[in-house]
Design a protein around this ligand. Structure first.
Ligand code: SAM
Length: 280
């Protein structure tokens, strides 16, 4: 039988602190105080965090904690917490653990009975959703898509029938290709929002069909610069969902069967019109 973990008496607290995603004014007073008070700040890139802390006149011991050393560092840091030190965990931008390191340390601290407490603040996923104007009562955060084109397209095909709003992170290197792949997988007319450089000087939020967004990004090199969140409306009604599912099945079957047979089977299985699938 599993038991609830009991807190370790005398241990410090691990504070998980969100930091700005661009605008330095977005570090709240409580976050500043915690960063000032802790024994050390665990940071993804210590030089980057030192600059952030310097802006607020905070001097702190910095410990590097990134995806390559997190496993080893976690044990040492938990020992320190158990000995009574309180620590803060930050990432380069936004909320730690959201497409960022920290999960292993948080898990190790919780397993050791150390209190883990959030200091909430910015995260690009929520910032983008808050200005997208798409259904936000339920959404699925998909983080970064695979870098390889084949794996990315397959992931998108699997998501085509998802009725919840979908949210993705993307970099400047791949944003153009990703929007084109999304238009192919979800349908050119699916509504989406492209949120770029949120809270920064060149903040831009564009909305339209996936094909219109892909076209705009292809034509305007400025729209390929910076950091991006893509918010895609979910597969709306039953017809959209059937079409998306039909396209997904067709993509799988057409690798092994003649196109006409693949389209007929995909139409039967999904309920989508055969003509809408053929040649996709
Ligand atoms: N932990 C961060 C958070 O809470 O948002 C995310 C870190 S992840 C490594 C970085 C990605 O977040 C970027 O590639 C981009 O997709 C997104 N992102 C971060 N800052 C952004 C901003 N100011 N505007 C748009 N997207 C941003």
């Amino acid at each position: 039988m599993s038991r609830l973990r009991t807190p370790s008496p005398g241990a410090g607290t691990l504070h998980v602190v969100a930091t700005p995603i661009g605008n330095l004014g977005d570090l709240p007073p409580r976050a500043q105080q915690v960063l000032r008070d802790v024994a050390a700040v665990c940071a993804e890139d210590t030089r980057h965090t030192r600059r952030l802390l310097a802006h607020f006149g905070i001097e702190a011991e910095l410990v590097a904690l990134h995806e390559h050393n997190e496993q080893q560092q976690a044990g040492r840091l938990v020992e320190r917490l158990l000995a009574g030190d309180s620590l803060a965990l930050v990432s380069d931008a936004g909320t730690p653990l959201v497409s960022d390191p920290g999960f292993r340390l948080v898990r190790a601290a919780r397993e050791a009975g150390v209190r883990v407490s959030p200091v909430p603040g910015p995260s690009a996923v929520i910032a983008a959703l808050s200005v997208a104007g798409v259904a936000s009562d339920r959404f699925a955060f998909e983080g970064f898509l695979p870098a390889r084109a084949g794996a990315r397209r397959e992931r998108l095909q699997r998501l085509a029938g998802e009725p919840r709003t979908l949210i993705f992170y993307e970099s400047s290197h791949r944003i153009a290709e990703t929007l084109e792949d999304m238009a192919a997988a979800f349908g050119a007319d699916r509504h989406a929002v492209l949120a770029r450089e949120l809270t920064k000087l060149f903040e831009t939020v564009l909305d339209g069909s996936l094909s219109a967004l892909a076209e705009r990004v292809r034509q305007d090199p400025d729209q390929r610069k910076g950091e991006f969140v893509v918010v895609v409306e979910g597969a709306g009604d039953d017809a959209d969902a059937a079409l998306a599912e039909g396209r997904r099945i067709y993509a799988l079957l057409s690798a092994h069967l003649p196109p006409s047979t693949a389209a007929r089977l995909a139409a039967e299985l999904s309920g989508a019109p055969r003509k809408a699938l053929y040649g996709q």
